[in-house]
Design a protein around this ligand. Structure first.
Ligand code: GLU
Length: 326
């Protein structure tokens, strides 16, 4: 039987980490080829190609590097891959998932996975997540679902997933909607049909800077007031509650929004920003009147990625259109 082609890339992260010697901290050293060797059963499921594109902690991934990874993934699909799996660190997985999802123009699934426990820890979850990720990438039911994150037996859509625990095995969740699917006895089981997706062109420009600030109680406005002078091209604020800021910040935002796009998301971790509920200075109504955009269900970090991509392909005038759906 002709087996499907599965393309795998390793970028680093805990799934690729080991200590050089006892007592040292773990660092990324394990190649994609070695990860693959720990799962011999994969060879019976697919014709697998694997590449080690990086050995980085995920905090040090950047947009330019991710664009080169996207180019590699596009090539794999153009050369006949049924699905693509990328392993990386979990710390920024929710952001890379959103980044790739905005740019993934194929029906073939792109799956991101990683591990919470390094290869040398008891009960390491890397091999199980990796195998599940491959199963999801090979499943026909995964087509037209864009980019998904597979961790701890759950499948999460790129738009909703967040890392919500720093060290637990169950580190990922999707607020309100929950996982889009589950692994059941090694099979891929979806709980919902595929949703609508936004696909943007690959940005031509990558030098833009989008700042992300979080509102906090009694915060000064020193950084905020200097955002434009510092050369930022866009600003996202993780606002209080339903998208609110202090009076002091509201006074600064009105001047910033005249110059660069300002997006207000909620810092709460769940739910949407409001549009028409509150009327105090710094409320969502006031900030909209002052020229800011409300992020809807998009969390601050994913809103920053969207704004960075839109500026990069000169489509910032479409910002509001892309901000409402989950
Ligand atoms: N817990 C993180 C991981 O899963 C730490 C390192 C990283 O994100 O690369 O990989």
């Amino acid at each position: 039987m002709d087996l499907p082609k599965l393309a795998i890339a390793a970028l680093g992260g805990t799934v690729s980490m080991q200590a050089r010697s006892a007592g040292e901290g773990v660092i990324p050293t394990v190649s994609g080829e070695t990860l693959l060797a720990s799962l011999p059963q994969l060879r019976a499921m697919a014709r697998v190609t694997v590449e080690t594109l990086g050995l980085l902690p995920s905090a040090s991934l950047d947009f330019e590097f991710l664009l080169s990874v996207l180019g590699w993934a596009n090539e794999q699909v153009e050369q006949g891959a049924t699905g693509v799996v990328i392993t990386q660190g979990t710390d920024t997985l929710e952001e890379t998932a959103a980044f790739f999802d905005y740019l993934w123009a194929h029906d073939e699934p792109l799956v991101l996975t990683g591990a919470m426990r390094s290869a040398d820890q008891a009960g390491a979850d890397g091999p199980a997540n990796f195998l599940d990720g491959c199963r999801v990438a090979l499943a026909v039911e995964s087509r037209r679902r864009g980019v998904q994150v597979v961790m701890n037996g759950q499948i999460h859509s790129a738009g909703a997933v967040r890392k919500t625990d720093s060290l637990a095995l169950q580190a990922f969740s999707s607020a309100i909607v929950g996982p889009v699917g589950l692994m059941v006895e090694g099979n891929v089981h979806y709980l919902r049909p595929p949703g609508q997706r936004t696909v943007l062109p690959v940005p031509q420009r990558t030098s833009q800077n989008v700042a992300l600030l979080e509102a906090s109680l009694s915060a000064d406005s020193l950084l905020l007031e200097n955002i434009v002078a510092l050369g930022y091209d866009g600003l996202v604020i993780g606002g209080f509650g339903a998208g609110h800021a202090s009076e002091r910040w509201a006074d600064a935002i009105v001047h910033i929004a005249e110059k660069i796009p300002v997006v207000i998301a909620t810092r709460t971790g769940s739910g949407s920003t409001a549009r028409s509920s509150y009327g105090f200075i710094g409320s969502e109504r006031d900030l909209i009147d002052k020229g800011a955009f409300m992020a809807g269900f998009l969390c601050p970090r994913k809103a920053r990625i969207l704004l960075w991509l839109l500026i990069g392909c000169q489509r910032q005038d479409e910002l509001e259109h892309h901000l409402t759906p989950l």
